[in-house]
Design a protein around this ligand. Sequence first.
Ligand code: TRP
Ligand code: ZN
Length: 896
Amino acid sequence: MAELAKDGTPATPRAIRLTDYRPPAYQVETVELRFELDPANTRVHCRMTVSRNPACKVQGHELNLYGKDVELVRLSVDGIERDKNTWVIDDETLTLSGMPERAVVEIETLIHPDSNTALEGLYVSSGMFCTQCEAEGFRRITWFPDRPDVMARYTTTLVAEKTNYPVLLSNGNPIKRGELDDGRHWATWEDPFPKPSYLFALVAGDLACIEGDFTTRSGRKVDIRIYVEHENRHKCEHAMDSIKQAMRWDEETFGREYDLDIFMIVAVNDFNMGAMENKGLNIFNSSCVLASPETATDADYYNIQSIIGHEYFHNWSGNRVTCRDWFQLSLKEGFTVYRDQEFSADLNSHPVKRINDVNILRAHQFAQDASPMAHPVRPDSYIEISNFYTVTVYNKGAEVVRMIRTLLGAETFRQGCDLYFERHDGQAVTTDDFVAAMEDASGIDLTRFKRWYSQAGTPVIDVEDHYDPQQQRYQLTLRQHCPATPGQADKKPFHIPLLTALLSGDGSPLPLQLEGTSDSMAPQHEMLLELFDQEQRFTFTGVAERPTPSLLRGFTAPVRLAIHRDEQTLAFLLANDSDPFNRWDAGQTLAVNVLLKLVDASQKQQTLDIDATVIEAFRATLNDPRLDMALIVQALSLPSEAYLADQSESVDVDAIHAARMYFRKTLAEQLYDDFARRYQALQSDAPYRFDANDMAQRSLKNLCLSWMMETEKQQARELCVQQFEQSSNMTDTLAALSTLAQHDFPEREKALEDFYTQWKDDPQVVEKWFAIQAGSRLPETLQRVTALLEHPAFTLKNPNKVRALIGRFCQGNPVRFHAADGRGYRFLADRVLELDSMNPQIAARLVSALSRWKRYDPTRQHHMTQQLERILSHEPLSRDVFEIVSKSLDASPKIT
Ligand code: TRP
Ligand code: ZN
């Protein structure tokens, strides 16, 4: 809630700054927690041993505790009860002064889980108790030094009524349990590893337990347990396999072994994010763990494997070594995303994974860098930390780690990781500590590289080349600049690794010799160019013919390449580049160029037209027998409307949509027979398997179907309905249904109805059903979405439903959300205001759809800012929404 100043007027929430960081005056050695669980009134008893922190230089014996929405019942120090006038409460902080060097502090609080709709702290979801403490949720449970640099050993006792809550879980190992004579029972858990409070968790409920085990490389047997609602016990096999794969992979790739005797995962229906890495007790959004072939798609299976990996990998990158403060969030998130990306790539396909990750980065992170919410990977200020779980901190953060690996080489990077884990085990550290370990292991100076952590914005690299046939010299001149971002007008040059090859006329990479370096024994065909300065020139000697440069291979840096290449050059790279990423990227650039020309023609009301060579290039790709099917799918997937928007000077949503539709329709008409042939050939009766080859086959088949449907031919319609009705797996069923939902045929309504009737009892499938309707490009989608708000299966209290219906419409359906009359914006603002008092985190995520208003035409700008202002004037307003809205309007005080 917006804080009120002492005189009752609303105070502007204040920014927290990195430069204000001070170590805590007191450390906590041990914490004993006792929860008497009751949905309406849960009593929490917290007993902690605190001692003066030698690292804190300031004198003073003040213990700061944080609390939010907790009723303080009793507080004592060393057994002596303190009364209210012995402490000061200011906002969320309670200060106890005159503390001894060492003391036992006991606190009793009352909290109300069943009215906790924010889903932070302790709450009830589908009848079970669960917690979410990252980032600052522990302070909603008890008054505590709730900051990540306070690490303590926890012992937790849960007491609850036995019939409704037979399962009682917390971090670590179970040590004792027993029964009370009033129908309640209790269990005590002990976590031997010191941890910050954000990693605390408990769960209590009536849950089925699926068991497995894993023997670590040092021979310890770990029990694996997945807890789910009883009706979901058949949906855990994939999660169990994924845990074992993650455990093995982290041992093999990073030498990291699991450290407790039990590893548990619990599935929860109401959850603000995907999952949470609580020590030994990961809590997952049900949608990120449950899967069966009938109810989950290939994308779900893939996603589950990657998120299970992600949370598991946090056990080292996050838990054993944690963050000093929340500005360091990318220390754990960027690193862990990098680790989960490599895990998925190793288990599936490297090029496909890279393409998907770069697509996310370009469509969302580049857009964030160009918006009022742009911030560095290590932000230097925030109002509400929940708003900084962003694509910048996560995905750009992962790119920064990836660049370090590229600069150091795989082996040295691994040594750097080993040194980091060894040096900082059990500590709360900073991104500077991470980089220092990398420098110490490699001897490479990363001083300038660290600007990737402190400067926001996407660098642009201008490329100029010159070939001298007489001298057989080829010169590449690279210049970098980075657009201004809020609070950072001028940027210093970045240290940018660019993996480069020079291709000869037949596509083979030429041997590379840089002028001024000695001949190497074995000639390199690929070279890492390092750009440190604003401008650098690289001269290659002995170049016998004018080469075609293949730059930024594998996307070795999160930058935009400003290089002009004509269609022949791009077509050459598309056909010949030996780097699969660049090959794909050349095709995308070609498509972007064609589409932007169509956008231009559409704006000028000229007739649209596509060159025959483009169509033939698509046909050749579709029918290329040497190409991996998964890569064909990537190549034939057009750049998203979001990416096209990013590539436009000013965004014209209607023209972008029209251009993309025209392209799809034209190509579909021209290649109909090719698509139909491929579609038929890819039919299979084999039972569903989650396997890279089967997945590639299904995705190519479904891609063909969706292109065929663009022609609206009778045959395509029939095939689509047939696939919808006969498929036995959700991947094919949903592919058919999503395609039907894009077309105004009578078959559409019937399919949507049948689907709901069949799956109304499965929340994850119902979420897909909402999302499909919200994502439809048909003109009446907003009316449909508005009507669905009243559907019995919809509730604003469940974040997955909100994301499926409202999130999908506002963030995944640009042409309908950005309706010129502003109705989409008003709809969003209405929902944000309804949600703000219930779940500010979710409200703030939604409202960011209005942040980029400056990119649109004056009419839309007007409609968007009107809604932003309307939200801003609302009282009370959460810190979460306040921060996004005020920064979007540029109304907050300038942060310098
Ligand atoms: N640390 C979680 C992750 O693995 C992020 C997370 C889960 C989270 N739930 C949250 C962050 C709630 C803030 C609030 O990415
Ligand atoms: Zn994470």
